[in-house]
Design a protein around this ligand. Structure first.
Ligand SMILES: Cc1cc2nc3c(=O)[nH]c(=O)nc-3n(C[C@H](O)[C@H](O)[C@H](O)COP(=O)(O)OP(=O)(O)OC[C@H]3O[C@@H](n4cnc5c(N)ncnc54)[C@H](O)[C@@H]3O)c2cc1C
Length: 303
């Protein structure tokens, strides 16, 4: 059976006209995107889940960035700020997260151009095409977006001509468990962001046994802070353990180097003629094999 459409689908190319570009998140990237759009004269609205700009950066505000200011300040954002008398920090200085928010993100969010377009305390919960489910494709590109917004008071919808998702990764961390499964049952025993071990979150870690999962910079910084916490106040001593996550890209298995036998400095039988450890036994076996080879070479040929 074939189905023939007798009424052509309605294509309304101008339904997006006049709508703003919606930006999700007022972090460094969202605010820079907003600054560029404003420079081009496009209407913008920024939805930020937190109460201030750079809310996610604040969560690790005690940590120093690895990028100096000159890589952190966006060009369009700088133009907006300098028009209002802002002085850029030392280009080579390395700010902490808090300094980034205090010295750049908050002043930027307060500029006349941006202050009126940021909606704080507004979490974007979903994005769709207005009046369409996922199965409809005709006219999709010309259809406005609809964003489901949740605030403390209510849930509403807003429309936009385009959506730029700069919500970052802080609120969607990778799961601790294998297969990417959530760890809801572990409750608040797991912290995913970089905790302020020696400051704000001190009580949570002091005197506790802590497992740090990961082998990157964040894990290393956290381990250093935990060790310092234990040293600062012996009563606060915490026991630290480390575990490395395995990162393996499918199809790219890392080849393991064959493990070498450690040669003990004084390899040889211990008192009593015993070979107590595996490394010693390997040395013994190698020596015995070498002796056998030497004897075989010295033996006169038969016949
Ligand atoms: C310790 C540490 C050090 C770092 N150092 C550097 C560095 O030196 N250089 C560097 O380039 N990068 C660094 N990074 C990475 C850094 O986080 C990013 O470069 C930067 O913050 C990315 O900015 P963003 O705007 O994309 O995201 P974010 O900073 O994560 O901002 C996202 C914003 O979106 C908001 N948001 C999230 N979900 C929603 C939602 N559903 N609705 C509304 N709002 C939402 C959040 O509240 C937040 O304000 C570092 C990260 C860490 C953790």
């Amino acid at each position: 059976m074939s189905l023939t459409l007798t009424v052509p689908p309605r294509l309304e190319a101008d339904r997006r006209a006049g709508l703003p570009v919606a930006i999700i998140g007022a972090g460094p990237v969202g605010l820079a995107a907003a600054a560029h759009l404003i420079e081009r004269g496009l209407p913008v609205v920024v939805f930020e889940a937190g109460d201030t700009a750079g809310a996610a950066v604040r969560a690790w505000g005690h940590t120093r960035l690895f990028s100096p200011w000159r890589y952190v300040v966006d060009a369009a954002a700088r133009r907006l700020l300098e028009a209002e008398g802002w002085t850029a920090p030392d280009a080579e200085g390395l700010p902490t997260g808090d300094e980034l928010v205090d010295g750049y993100l908050e002043p930027l969010a307060r500029t006349a151009a941006l202050a009126s377009v940021i909606r704080y305390g507004t979490r974007v919960e979903a994005v769709a095409r207005q009046g369409m489910d996922r199965t409809r494709s005709v006219g999709r590109a010309a259809t406005p977006f609809v964003l489901r917004l949740r605030t403390a008071e209510q849930t509403t919808d807003a429309t936009a001509r385009a959506v730029i998702d700069t919500s970052g990764t802080t609120s969607s961390p990778r799961s601790l468990l294998s297969s990417g499964l959530a760890h809801d049952d572990l409750g608040d025993r797991v912290t995913t962001a970089l905790p302020d071990v020696r400051g704000r979150d001190r009580d949570r870690f002091a005197g506790r046994r802590v497992l740090v999962v990961g082998a990157g910079h964040s894990a290393a910084n956290t381990l250093i802070a935990l060790a310092a916490l234990a040293e600062e106040d012996p009563a606060d001593a915490c026991v630290v353990g480390g575990a490395q996550r395995r990162h393996r890209t499918p199809g790219r298995r890392r080849r393991r180097r064959p493990r070498r036998a450690r040669t003990p400095r004084h390899g040889g039988p211990r008192p009593g003629g015993r070979w107590p450890c595996r490394a010693d036994r390997l040395v013994r076996d190698r020596r015995r094999a070498a002796v056998r080879r030497r004897r075989a070479r010295q033996r006169p040929p038969r016949g």
